[in-house]
Write a protein that binds this ligand. Sequence first.
Ligand SMILES: [Ca+2]
Length: 240
Amino acid sequence: MRAYSVVRASHAGLRESLARSVPPVGVIGSRRNRGPSRKGFAAVDRNLDHDETTRRKTSRRGAIALLAAVAALTFGAGSMSLALFTDNDASTWSFTTGTIDITASPTAVTAVTDMMPGDSDTAPLTIANAGNAAFRYAMSASATNPLGAQLQLTVRAEDAGGGCAAFTGAVIVASGTPLNGAGFGSAAQGAQAGDRILAAGTSEVLCFRVSLPLTTGDPFQGVTSVASFAFAAEQTANNP
Ligand SMILES: [Ca+2]
């Protein structure tokens, strides 16, 4: 029995070694090709074959399970790379242009009637910057005939105390200037002498005085002329 045990142990060791190496199925049968077995070992070999088959099946199942696990890990690694934390962000940038908007009020000064040589009439005009950027502006006056060449214009800044009643503000258009063609500054692009600057949202009062000289003769009795005052504004930004 001792010899049998040694042989059995040897067979078992060989089977285990073969099982670990997972040889091709055809190799299993090669055990019988290693030489004639002892007849007394036939039953034992059958049992060993059964054990070996069971062990190999278990080993193959383990190998398959191992391969499946590796595949799962590989696939899982791919999935994990798709699930990495990411983030995105964006910014917007809006552009809105400024506005140049000049207003003169009133839009129509109360008409003057029954004017006689030597008379004059004074009215305030409020010039406002209704835009959102600073501007400089100029004014030009025109008057239809027949009185266009007779009427004279004086423009002053408002009185120190406000308004035009005293008509003592700084002279903008000198007394005695023919109304038709009078003005200050220049509508030409850029800063010219006489241009006036108004910051956004501010306004100023200009005092306009129109006079009919005493030298006006009879041909001008009972006639009417209309004067227009044009205000032209331009941006000061990037416009020296
Ligand atoms: Ca100008």
